[in-house]
Ligand binder design. Structure first.
Ligand code: LLP
Length: 421
């Protein structure tokens, strides 16, 4: 099963609420997340790590809705952020600043200042230039910045090129071979405290081996640094496991940890992880309605009310995401459909050649939409961003209102009228 949505009496539900009821109440398109599924996927990491000293920093970029962050903060989650906006979201949701790691290739001085002011756990620094700016910024505030260097272990994560980050050719991180000398520079800086090492080799990784290879390289670096008199307090392996979008078999967190943790036996460092997708992807769906059915000769199209601006993954990565009707009661006969949206782009599709028994007006569910869904949505074609709902047992809560036309033009201004006379 790739998602926590399931059929009960031919109707698709999330926890104990039918998706058709959510569509009727909140309208479509809308993202719907299961609170329980979010909790269970976070606890899978927590339980697998057991007594091992660890910090699970949920990658906010995968889904930054305040109620999602709040749900995870209540379980003791830390957070991996990449911007001031994500930092403020975590604080608004009640997250503990001391459990925040700050990733990203281009943190600016204002972002550093705010993060220092609230006292984050660590900056994951990606270049020498960033290290210098951080040292200066911390000095201005009379603070010491805790730093980990993001190294590039040069392992092939065997994932989509757009989401592979651990190879030398990527813009991310510091060449692992150059890291020791940069650590020495950092250790000598007055307002920097060297505390850790981190890496992130890519996303949607469905094998354990690339993570283990990366950890081996990090550990070799940790030992090299120890010999130079630099002792680290934590090792951060970056993002989490990939997830099943179809029926792919993906390793469980428990399997992953049973291979990773023995590597760390006897080592004092805290293990930090930054999972995003594996916490949120299969905890959420995108609900949409079939507006029209259309045939162009050979091809059938189900034109739905959601589009690439709401869910960009199929258009951007040719990602395959499952699409099923929310009710199996349809009298329609199955046909092969391209599921497409209203945006004026040929690339605006959510699925191609899907066998579906559907009629105009039916609701469809796009599965595995909890990660990199709403967060990547835009207002392209002046489409208001959609609502977000969280289901908790038999209750459904609106956790982000659908945008209005007023939201769309907020901040815009007409030019003053000029006298053409
Ligand atoms: N840490 C860092 C530094 C990252 O760059 C990322 C993801 C993560 C953690 C979380 O990785 P995860 O556990 O989610 O695999 N938009 C793409 C995914 C981009 C991932 C970027 N970095 C997609 O929809 O597939």
């Amino acid at each position: 099963m790739h998602n926590t949505a399931y059929y009960q009496n031919q109707r698709l539900q999330l926890e104990n609420v039918a998706l058709d009821d959510i569509a009727a109440h909140f309208g479509t398109p809308c993202f719907v997340y299961s609170k329980n599924a979010l909790e269970q996927s976070f606890l899978a990491y927590k339980n697998a790590l057991g007594d091992r000293s660890h910090l699970i920093c949920y990658a906010v970029k995968s889904n930054s809705n305040l109620a999602v962050l709040q749900t995870l903060a209540n379980l003791g989650a830390g957070f991996d952020i990449v911007s001031l906006g994500e930092l403020e979201r975590v604080l608004l949701a009640g997250g503990d600043p001391n459990k925040i790691v700050f990733s990203g290739v281009a943190k600016n001085a204002a972002e550093m200042q705010r993060a220092l002011e609230v006292g984050i756990h660590c900056f994951n620094v990606e270049s020498e230039a960033e290290l210098e700016l951080l040292n200066t910024t911390a000095a201005e505030q009379n603070k010491i910045a805790a730093v980990s260097l993001r190294v590039n272990p040069d392992v092939d994560a065997k994932t989509h090129p757009y989401i592979s980050t651990g190879l030398k050719e990527n813009k991310f991180g510091i060449d692992i071979n150059l890291a020791p000398q940069i650590y020495q520079r950092a250790a000598a800086m007055d307002n920097i405290a060297v505390v850790g090492v981190d890496c992130h080799i890519g996303s949607q990784i469905t094998e354990i081996k690339p993570f283990i290879d990366a950890m081996d390289r990090l550990l070799a670096l940790v030992d090299q640094l120890e010999a130079l008199g630099i002792s680290l307090k934590h090792i951060d392996i970056g993002g989490g496991l990939g997830v099943p979008y179809q029926n792919e078999s993906t390793p469980s967190v428990a399997d992953y940890m049973s291979e990773l943790l023995p590597k760390l036996a006897g080592r004092p460092q805290t293990l930090v992880m930054e999972p995003g997708r594996s916490i949120t992807a299969n905890a959420g769906v995108l609900l949409m309605k079939v507006e029209f059915i259309k045939s162009n000769g050979e091809k059938n199209f189900a034109i739905v009310d959601a589009a690439m601006n709401d869910m960009l993954r199929p258009a951007l990565y040719e990602a395959w995401m499952d699409i099923q009707p929310t009710s199996l009661n349809s009298s329609a006969t199955a046909g092969l459909y391209d599921v497409v949206g209203p945006v004026c782009e040929t690339g605006d599709f959510l699925g191609k050649d899907r066998s579906l028994a559907i009629s105009q007006g039916d609701n469809l569910c796009l599965f595995s939409a909890g990660a990199y869904g709403f967060v990547m949505s835009s207002n392209y074609n002046s489409r208001p961003r959609v609502a977000e709902v969280i289901v908790d047992n038999n209750l459904a809560y609106l956790v982000r209102a659908r945008e209005t036309i007023a939201d769309l033009v907020r901040g815009e201004q007409l030019l003053p009228e000029t006298d053409q006379g």
